[in-house]
Design a protein around this ligand. Structure first.
Ligand code: MG
Length: 338
């Protein structure tokens, strides 16, 4: 079994403005694992807030030694090895987990969703993201969202109400608002949540900074709409910490270490009665197609990261009738663009 990897810069179609940052590129590391005649593809997307870098991912991947697995491909054993190799490094682990699942499906000649007996058609519709921008751009983006059932809006600035009112001037579709920790005061946040409900905003993501855990528990207990943890929730170990402070969690393969961990989190979160969203970073169709394999297991889907870039080097899952549907090709169902 042979691992190769290289860095690749994702170019954003438009500058991505969030409440605390803006950027034009997202760095990634793309992985390939060869086994017999098969190649599995994976990806580590590295937005700055996750603190993993192309250098840290490369250092992790340098340590990987698959030599003891070369005579017999046992997915569970290999994933276990990677998970315990070095603590944390979740995006690096995701890049291997995705490639190994792709390989596993190719060996079995089945898409991953079929191996797990899942039905992609049963997945909820994906949301379409609108970043913080000038009113005319917000209107343009709201019009682009015509084929989607749910609009996702990035809030957390002085302009929040103006942005929502601007969108409401062109569409009355349900909105979910991602605050990206942008509201600092719990009383202000609660006022905003009541206003959001009046605007048919169906839930909010990460209204307060992740450090404000107590305020967040208070806010969720008073909120008229569900609250989702994104920055406050990274991986399985965080579930216990946040289960009483939010109504739901946003799972992303890059935060949790890949498909195997994501499936464990979904199982545990269901036991806790939490709502579940499956989200993404800015990433190629490789990681999006991987996530789409488990889309039918969750309540909300936010898998549009590949639509935000101009140099996607994979073809895979596509939006059909508002849903992100994987191809029926084996593994994660992607082709590498040449
Ligand atoms: Mg978010």
């Amino acid at each position: 079994m042979k691992l190769t990897y290289y860095s690749y810069n994702l170019e954003l179609k438009t500058v991505f403005n969030l409440s605390q940052s803006s950027r034009k590129f997202t760095p990634t590391i793309l992985t390939e694992i060869n086994y017999e005649n098969f190649t599995g593809y994976g990806e580590a997307s590295l937005p700055p807030y996750l603190k993993e870098t192309p250098e840290s991912v490369s250092l992790f991947l340098e340590k990987v030694n698959f030599s003891s697995f070369s005579s017999n491909f046992n997915l569970e054993e290999i994933l276990e090895y990677i998970h315990h190799l070095i603590p944390e490094n979740y995006a690096a682990k995701a890049s291997l987990d995705i490639a190994l699942h792709d390989l596993f499906g190719k060996i079995k000649e089945k898409p991953c969703y079929e191996i797990w007996d899942l039905k992609p058609d049963m997945a909820p519709s994906t949301s379409f993201t609108i970043g913080i921008d000038k009113p005319h751009r917000v209107i343009e983006k709201a019009k682009e969202a015509a084929n989607y059932d749910l609009i996702k809006v990035k809030l957390g600035s002085e302009e929040d109400k103006t942005i929502i009112e601007t969108i409401r001037s062109v569409t009355d579709k349900p909105i979910c608002a991602d605050i990206n920790q942008g509201w600092s005061d719990k009383f202000y946040a609660l006022d905003m949540l009541h206003w959001c409900k009046e605007q048919n905003i169906v839930f909010v993501e990460q209204p307060l900074p992740k450090e404000k855990a107590e305020d967040m528990a208070w806010l969720t207990s008073h909120s008229p709409i569900p609250t989702f943890a994104d920055e406050s929730f990274q991986h399985l170990d965080d579930l216990k910490k946040i289960k009483n402070s939010f109504s739901g969690i946003n799972i992303k393969l890059m935060k949790c270490g890949g498909l195997s961990e994501a499936r464990k989190i979904i199982e545990e979160a269901r036991k806790e009665g939490l709502l579940i969203m499956l989200g993404c970073m800015v990433e190629t169709s490789c990681a999006i197609s991987a996530a789409s394999q488990i889309a039918s297991l969750v309540d909300y889907i936010d898998l549009d990261g590949n639509l935000l870039i101009s140099n996607d080097c994979f073809t895979g899952a596509k939006v059909k009738n508002g849903k992100v549907i994987p191809t029926d090709a084996p593994g994660i169902g992607v082709l590498k663009n040449t």
